[in-house]
Design a protein around this ligand. Structure first.
Ligand code: B12
Ligand code: SF4
Length: 450
């Protein structure tokens, strides 16, 4: 195939929020940087603008990224591009978790990380020897892997077009939560990018705020404190407005690193408390225990260092009854969290949890993948009916994401910020909750249509 251009596509879901898309297409930026410089490459972000299929030709190599909830849209895109002769490669989470299904309509399925195989796919396409599947699950060292190229940085206007830039510092997680899909793509080995390469990327992109894509950045506080200290030293020297990372609650046990983190401009930690119901302890793989008093202590400790806490909670575990919604609301009100994400347990393909529920006949039949968005009930819970889980979740979302509740949490966060930083922190004090409100409203709209 004589490739005229490589096109990388992000299928739409959220659209624009006040003229900008949610987050920069970081996955595609990394992949676009692996395209040989002699080949033209383009990023088509469908949240930003409609796709121009007229520009697809039989010489176009199109790569589409996939999450489960966007896989149906990915298939539609593939069909439209194929009608114009393009060759379609699909990678990302869903392609990794369900390669046989995706292989029914994609020319090539890229399973796993693809840092290594994407370049091989392009070479094989140019030499007319494409295989139907490429697997990259070796969890190679991140040293020197896919640095963002200057042409890609110039191509994506992160400041004008996106609310949140993303950044990868570490990848992988050694825990093994039964519902987690991230480890199936990123592996169970925690890997670290060399600090100087991370700093170079931040400087080249000229970003001052970012969200780390790392699934369990905080675990490094315990396992790799020296590396984390070097990251913080380096970030402290940069003119950052603030950044955000995902962590487990045990970060609260490391006061020195928390102080260091604040000095390095860390704004907020997203912490998976998962459940206030201690009976679910086993399903939470040891990272949370349902111990509400301990949760409060950890939140206070993190606040004491001037860092905000967004609490992540999941509903529908096998020990949950309808009481869990009121208990969670009570906890959130008392705990002074700065933001809250509440989601429903979702049995994604490729997870042990889905296998178990398939065996037990607990999956609701014919639920489209687009509703696997963690806001819809997709299985039969154990101690609740489907309606009780759905209605309890709706009730809680309405309470938590009511504009007055968001305002109260945002103002409380702002009160902890020194006056000199109030202007730069204003946006981040409200943005997280507003983002979740939008996700929930999609759920509310789609339910009304069903
Ligand atoms: C950042 C992130 C987001 C950002 C999205 C930013 C963006 N513009 O893409 C935000 C915060 C908005 C988000 C939202 C959601 N997310 Co999210 N997110 C992530 C996260 C933490 C990192 C993704 C990332 O950028 N990684 C870094 C890049 C470099 O790696 P990558 O994306 O994995 O891509 C690599 C490979 O997958 C592969 N690849 C990917 N695409 C392609 C395409 C081709 C052609 C090829 C060859 C290779 C390839 O190569 C890449 C390089 O290694 C992942 C977890 C994870 N670690 O993957 C979850 C994750 C992808 N999200 C997930 C979920 C569930 C959601 C939400 C539904 C959560 C919610 N309740 O709202 C929403 C859905 C929003 C939406 N519209 O899609 C799940 C997906 C599960 C699934 N089966 O689909 C994940 C895996 C986390 C998890 N809980 O397990 N998310
Ligand atoms: S701690 Fe988080 S990233 Fe690690 S396995 Fe559990 S859900 Fe996945």
């Amino acid at each position: 195939m004589d490739i005229d251009k490589v096109v990388l596509v992000y299928p739409k879901r959220d659209g624009l929020i006040y003229g900008r898309a949610h987050g920069s297409p970081y996955t595609l930026m990394r992949l676009a940087s692996l395209v040989p410089p002699e080949l033209p490459v383009e990023i088509w972000d469908e949240d930003l603008r409609p796709l121009d299929f007229a520009r697809c030709t039989p010489h176009t190599l199109m790569g589409i990224t996939s999450k489960t909830l966007s896989i149906d849209r990915a298939r539609e895109i593939a069909r439209a591009a194929k009608a114009r002769g393009a060759t379609i490669v699909v990678g990302g989470t869903h392609a990794t978790l369900a390669p046989d299904e995706v292989g029914e309509w994609a020319d090539v399925v890229a399973v796993g990380e693809a840092y290594r195989t994407w370049r091989e796919i392009i070479d094989d396409a140019a030499r007319d020897r494409l295989r139907t599947r490429y697997v990259d699950e070796e969890w190679v060292s991140l040293d020197g892997v896919a640095p963002l190229s200057p042409r890609v940085i110039a191509m994506v206007n992160e400041k004008r077009d996106y609310w949140t830039p993303y950044l990868e510092v570490t990848r992988g997680c050694p825990r093994n939560c039964t519902f987690c899909t991230a480890i199936r793509v990123s592996g169970k080995v925690m890997r670290h990018r060399p600090v100087e390469q991370v700093v170079a990327e931040i400087e080249q992109r000229g970003i001052q705020r970012f969200f780390l894509t790392d699934d369990n950045f905080g675990l490094n506080f315990r396992t790799h404190p020296d590396y984390i200290a070097r990251v913080f030293d380096a970030f402290a020297k940069l003119p950052l407005h603030g950044w955000t990372a995902q962590a487990e609650m045990m970060v609260g046990e490391f006061p020195e690193l928390l102080a260091h983190a604040r000095h390095a401009h860390l704004d907020k930690l997203f912490i998976g408390f998962e459940s206030v119901n201690a009976a679910n302890r086993q399903e939470m793989s040891g990272k949370a225990r349902g111990n509400v008093a301990e949760y409060k202590r950890i939140i206070r400790e993190i606040h004491r260092h001037g860092i905000g806490v967004v609490g992540l909670f999941v509903f529908g575990f096998d020990h949950d009854t309808p009481q869990v919604f009121q208990d969670t609301l009570d906890f959130i009100r008392e705990s002074e969290l700065d933001g809250v994400s509440v989601t429903l347990l979702t049995p994604y393909p490729g997870t042990p949890q889905r296998e178990q529920w398939l065996r037990e006949g607990r999956l609701i039949p014919n639920v489209p993948w687009s509703l696997y968005d963690t806001a819809h009930v997709t299985y039969y819970p154990k101690l609740m009916t489907v309606e009780q889980l759905r209605d309890g979740y709706d009730w809680l979302c309405r309470k938590l994401y009511h504009p007055a509740a968001i305002l109260a949490r945002g103002l409380r966060t702002l009160r902890r910020v020194p006056l000199s930083q109030a202007r730069t922190k204003f946006f981040s004090s409200f943005s997280t909750d507003f983002g979740y409100r939008k996700t929930y409203s999609f759920r509310a709209r789609s339910s009304a249509q069903r």
